[in-house]
Design a protein around this ligand. Structure first.
Ligand SMILES: Nc1ncnc2c1ncn2[C@@H]1O[C@H](COP(=O)(O)OP(=O)(O)OP(=O)(O)O)[C@@H](O)[C@H]1O
Ligand SMILES: [Mg+2]
Length: 404
């Protein structure tokens, strides 16, 4: 779990200090303290709270002033719709507890709990924080069926296209060999390893300091610099995703050729997994196996095969895969390699069929609703140019013909 940003509001200085002492710790970072109960939206404390945008606001009022507590909860609920509000007080105030919950408080925490139990109570509100967050970002993962399929190229360029569409995208580089920063021509100082190492004290400000802003404002959390030296814990990674989901609409993950427990956990957490394959024997063979495993393990509706570097519409590839190809991306020739060499992604440098196809892919990703997608529904890929049949046919056809 990441540290929640907490604001404390009370009606006396010593009460607020008492709470701050209990709240600040492994689960929470107190970012605001106010010892005057706000009564109107224009109150300076309310304006400051709106600017700070805390994830949790804890309000504490002496038992005899229950009505003021309820009015403050009502006010803050309407002024801070993205924050979770909880009341703090003595546990014998039964009728006040019920009224607080009716007023929209997520919980009532007993102020006499010891520090440890108080912090556990705050941790218990983390899921409410996620649910009430203004953003409920979704994870879209690009996975190569084997190395070199174009997963990074597609993840980077789709992320740029999505950033143009919705303006709130982060690209996470979890490739075994992280190249996204090279594609975007940025030199990040920090990355995923730093974010994971600081997860215990992570809040959204610290997270922002680990990301780098790239093209069109696309955020990048860059990859692990020394892959063999860094161990990634899937549970910690999912904790990081929880936090990212409150900050960004789209979390694009580049797993490239990674096929391990980490990519498996990420696929589970994703609303869409794009399995990138090439139209050749080895790639289709691996794609079929990955597809079968993932379709069996997770919801098939979230799994999409993207055939990259196509030279023609290729029915034989679908036959070889025994699965529907969701999107076909055309061969982009040398321009693609050059775009990486120059650090100028294709979507920025060229108005090619390839760039159009990737924009279409991004729009298709925007339209999917992950697990809720109707069975059998698919979005047609744009038509691919017809070229010499011998090009695309041989590998895919030979694979299906020989039953591999
Ligand atoms: N549609 C395309 N047309 C032409 N070349 C492409 C296309 N997509 C990717 N490439 C090229 O294929 C090569 C591999 O691409 P990329 O690095 O994106 O693959 P990857 O799956 O991320 O590989 P890795 O497993 O090494 O991480 C690169 O040289 C890239 O320029
Ligand atoms: Mg890659």
């Amino acid at each position: 779990m990441h540290k929640l940003l907490v604001a404390l509001v009370g009606d006396s200085r010593c009460e607020v200090e008492f709470l701050a002492n209990k709240a600040e710790g492994r689960n929470a970072h107190v970012v605001f303290e106010c010892d005057v109960l706000p009564t109107r939206g224009e109150d300076p404390a309310v304006r400051q709270l709106c600017d700070l945008d805390p994830e949790l606001v804890a309000i504490s009022v002496a038992a005899e002033h229950a009505d003021r507590l309820l009015a403050a909860i009502r006010l803050l609920r309407s002024e801070l719709p993205g924050s979770v509000i909880c009341a703090v007080g003595a546990s014998d105030q039964l009728s006040t507890i019920v009224r607080c919950i009716r007023e929209g408080a997520a919980d009532f925490i007993d102020k006499n709990l010891d520090r440890e139990a108080f912090q556990d109570a705050i941790a218990g509100l983390a899921s409410d924080v996620l649910r009430s967050s203004k953003k409920q970002g979704r994870i879209v993962t690009f996975m190569g069926s084997k190395g070199g399929c174009g997963a990074t190229t597609l993840a980077v360029n789709t992320a740029i296209a999505l950033q143009d569409i919705c303006g709130s995208v982060i690209l996470l580089d979890l490739a075994p060999h992280p190249h996204a920063a090279l594609h975007l021509n940025v030199t990040p100082e920090f990355g995923i390893a730093d974010a994971l190492a600081n997860l215990e004290r992570m809040d959204k400000h610290l997270l922002d300091s680990f990301t780098v802003s790239s093209l069109h404002g696309l955020a990048l959390l860059s990859g692990i610099t020394h892959p063999m030296a860094t161990k990634v814990d899937p549970a910690e990674l999912l904790g990081l995703f929880d936090l990212l989901a409150t900050r960004y609409d789209q979390i694009i993950v580049d797993c490239s050729g990674r096929a391990d427990g980490i990519s498996r956990s990420i696929c589970y957490a994703s609303s869409d997994v794009l399995l990138v394959a090439l139209p050749n024997v080895c790639s289709l063979w691996s794609a079929r196996r990955s597809y079968e495993f993932l379709a069996w393990e997770m919801d098939r509706e979230r799994l999409h095969i993207v055939l990259n570097r196509c030279r023609k519409a290729d029915g034989a590839a679908e036959e070889a895969l025994q699965a529907h190809i969701w999107w076909q991306v055309p061969e982009g020739g040398e321009a693609v390699a050059n775009s990486v060499e120059c650090g100028t992604p294709i979507l920025v440098s060229a108005k090619s069929d390839l760039a159009r196809s990737i924009r279409g892919l991004a729009e298709a990703v925007m339209k999917t609703s992950g697990p809720k997608k109707a069975p059998g529904e698919c979005i047609p890929s744009p038509a691919l140019p017809e070229v010499n049949a011998s090009h695309g046919e041989s590998a895919a056809l030979s694979l299906s013909k020989c039953g591999r």
